[in-house]
Design a protein around this ligand. Structure first.
Ligand SMILES: [Zn+2]
Ligand SMILES: [Zn+2]
Length: 742
């Protein structure tokens, strides 16, 4: 009799330590690193991943149970994906169990595994005609049934049909609304074998031939070594997507696989259709709107090599694409690539690591690349400085709100005469207008109306935030406090407390000012259902909307040739936000939204209203110049100023509990532990800021404080997050390379 073998397995729980099980002889062939296994755990059976084999025998007396099953012929995770999981765990200080849980989709952690062919399932098909195609008629038919409309439009966006179970369970739509639609004659329900590729019917004609500039980028990338990541820095409207698709076509033609990451909000049916237009049924779309069954099917098709191209948001970076040849990260500057819960990975950085592990080419793309990417010495940049068809980038007019004549009836809304005249002109000519108002009203700051000065923290160089009780200005990084000044420290004029305006207020005003205009608002309140933003945009595309106003959601990837006027109503709310990236975000937002104008033959104009017309973020955005912005911003984040990423590494510890005093107290303890660690073990290579209340001090019923840790030495930060991982304190979350400090 041979000695028993033992396997180390990891469960999808916040624990790093593996569990040890005995490998039954019958399962030996299938129990390899990366394989899914079913293990008994406290009278239940759970799915785990094998991370090690032939681990040391446990000490005598410890009861070791045998693995119950190994369901897959091939291991679920390839050696490189398992390695990627280890890197995520170590780099971000997340338990390995959570890193692996992020890599393998939810349904694969479930014991109940759909076997054999897909079962017959109820599917809802929406019916067209009946007047619902016209918006006016649609409004009338659904007047008293908004829930039915929500169902109708969700299914419409999913391509005209969807599994009933998906609508009810995942999208949380009401069953009675579904039944109501059927009774109304607007939908029918059929039992059909679940087809589980909701995008199967989408396709666009093949893309047009490349311009000379696009062709040059494609050739430049081909001539770059595969292990050198590249950035396509293309202005808005330069056709980056065509370049990606062309590069990927070569990769796929060579028998390799590819991943195309796009921000969730850009993953529209049109995007999918474009990709399918090139790769057809080779494409697997990984969308958060998929049902569990659809997600599992897409994952298995990729794992088996039946589909070679994965398209999806953040988590698609873990798609089990075979013979991976290339990864594209479109709009790489998007904060949505950062996962908001542990493991708090950034898909761009995971892409760079995965590319290295699998020898795949990594291509980043953006019109407004992040400073992290721009300062990364490994990355080679290719520029697409001009729009397709030589359409000029629209001229940007900066409106100085301190001096510009205003429309009196606008009241508290800064509505200047130049913007008003441009909007009126566009409406008269039957053209469309986009207005951006980034509502982030909770952070009140002090600003001098005469010179535009905003008091900053002397230690941290971010705007101080006004608090009511007790009245003071406070720094949300280090806790520094000052009294609220009555007069400006620069010019002596009386100061003002400013609070962001709301999009609803603006919508109300626009309705009065331009009574004949058809106005649509797009913000978090109007886009709660899954495809709502997509519908609003479709209406704009069909010319049913004259003025589209909204928060930063409207800045992304819109391409409407009839939009000739873009207005940034108040650029300052974002500019003086208590975040060291406030300038960068404002620059990106203004530059991106400015890029929405002038896509058509009529050209376009952009108006940016601000009290800080000399600010480098505003000026660089007006010049559509990333290099101008970076040249001004990077020195501000470098010594002798307080250093910030990319000039230093940053880790944020967030403490959240039900009790304010306990949160503050725990914040002191975390900061104390970090300061001690720096002094005693890390040669004083850490800078510890705080504790201080988070700008969002109350969130979901919890009090929140944070401690910020900086170091120029990545290895030092790695040691800190791993040491903290071992302590695993439930009230404290660790966020390495945070994209938000709210
Ligand atoms: Zn002043
Ligand atoms: Zn400070």
């Amino acid at each position: 009799m041979t000695a028993p073998r033992y396997a180390a397995v990891v469960l999808p729980v916040p624990v790093s330590r593996p569990y040890i099980y005995e490998v039954p002889a019958a399962l030996t062939d299938r129990v390899v690193p990366g394989a899914r296994v079913v293990v008994p755990l406290r009278r239940r059976s759970v799915v785990a991943i094998v991370t090690g084999l032939d681990v040391a025998a446990p000490p005598a007396g410890v009861g070791i149970k045998p693995l119950a099953a190994a369901p897959d012929a091939e291991p679920a995770l390839s050696p490189s994906l398992l390695e990627l999981g280890r890197w995520i765990s170590d780099y971000y200080g997340a338990p390995l169990g959570l890193a692996l849980r992020a890599i393998l989709p939810g349904p694969l952690w479930s014991i109940a595994r759909p076997a054999g062919p897909a079962p017959a399932a109820e599917r809802l098909f929406v019916l067209t005609g009946n007047g619902v195609d016209s918006l006016l008629e649609r409004d009338r038919r659904f007047k008293r049934a908004p829930k039915r409309r929500e169902v109708y439009e969700a299914v419409e966006a999913l391509g005209g049909s969807a599994p009933v179970s998906h609508l009810v369970r995942q999208l949380k739509l009401s069953q009675s609304a579904l039944d109501g639609l059927v009774q109304q004659g607007l939908a029918r329900i059929e039992r059909v074998p679940e087809m589980r590729d909701p995008f199967a019917d989408l396709s666009s004609p093949p893309p047009p031939t490349l311009t000379a500039a696009q062709q040059a980028v494609v050739q430049g990338i081909a001539a770059t070594p595969v292990d050198t990541p590249v950035l396509i820095h293309g202005v808005t409207g330069s056709g980056k997507t065509l370049v990606y698709l062309d590069v990927l076509r070569t990769v796929v033609a060579a028998g390799k696989g590819a991943i195309l990451l796009v921000p969730e909000i850009s993953l529209t049916p049109q995007t999918v259709a474009r990709v399918r237009g090139v790769f057809g049924d080779q494409v697997a779309v990984l969308h958060s709107g998929l049902s569990d069954g659809e997600r599992a099917d897409a994952w298995r098709a990729l794992r088996r090599g039946e589909r070679m191209v994965a398209v999806g948001p953040r988590s698609a970076i873990f798609a089990p694409v075979q013979r991976l040849g290339a990864i594209v990260v479109d709009e790489e500057h998007e904060p949505s690539y950062k996962q908001g819960s542990a493991p708090r990975y950034h898909a761009r950085d995971v892409a760079l690591m995965r590319g290295q592990l699998e020898n795949a080419r990594v291509i980043l793309g953006s019109a407004t690349p992040s400073l992290e990417t721009l300062s990364d010495q490994r990355i080679v940049t290719f520029a697409l400085p001009e729009r397709v068809g030589s359409r000029p980038l629209p001229p940007v007019e900066i409106v100085d709100l301190r001096e510009a004549p205003r429309i009196a009836e606008a009241g508290a809304i800064p509505w200047s005469e130049p913007l008003d005249a441009a909007v009126l002109g566009a409406l008269e000519r039957g053209e469309q207008v986009i207005l951006l108002l980034n509502r982030r009203g909770f952070a009140t700051f002090v600003q001098c109306p005469a010179c535009g000065n905003v008091p900053n923290c002397p230690n941290c160089a971010i705007a101080l935030t006004v608090h009511q009780a007790p009245p003071a200005m406070r720094c949300h990084y280090c806790g520094h406090e000052e009294t609220i000044p009555d007069t400006c420290a620069v010019c002596g004029a009386a100061t003002q407390r400013l609070r962001g305006l709301g999009t609803q207020q603006l919508e109300h005003f626009l309705g009065m000012r331009y009574p004949r205009a058809r106005i649509a608002r797009m913000d978090l309140d109007t886009t709660t259902s899954k495809w709502a933003h997509h519908h609003i945009l479709e209406r704009v595309g069909r010319g049913e909307v004259d003025i589209l106003l909204g928060t930063q959601m409207i800045a992304k990837g819109l391409d409407f040739p009839n939009v000739t006027v873009v207005g940034v109503v108040d650029a300052d709310t974002g500019l003086h936000f208590p975040d060291f990236r406030a300038g960068e975000r404002t620059f990106q937002l203004v530059a991106q939204v400015a890029g929405r104008a002038g896509r058509g033959r009529q050209g376009g104009r952009v108006f940016v209203q601000t009290r800080a017309p000399a600010h480098h973020a505003i000026r660089a955005a007006a010049a559509h110049s990333v290099s101008q912005f970076a040249a001004a911003e990077l020195p501000l984040r470098s010594p002798p100023n307080p250093p910030y990423p990319p000039r230093t590494g940053l880790v944020r510890f967030v403490i959240a509990t039900d009790d304010h005093a306990r949160t503050a107290d725990l914040g002191e303890k975390v900061a104390g532990w970090l300061r001690r660690a720096s002094r005693e073990r890390l040669d004083d290579q850490l800078t510890v800021l705080g504790p201080a209340p988070c700008p969002l001090m109350r969130l979901k019923g919890k009090w929140r404080w944070h401690v910020l840790v900086k170091s120029a030495e990545p290895r030092v930060l790695g040691r800190v997050v791993r040491a903290w991982r071992a302590k695993s304190h439930r009230a404290v979350t660790v966020d390495r390379d945070p994209v938000s400090l709210l």
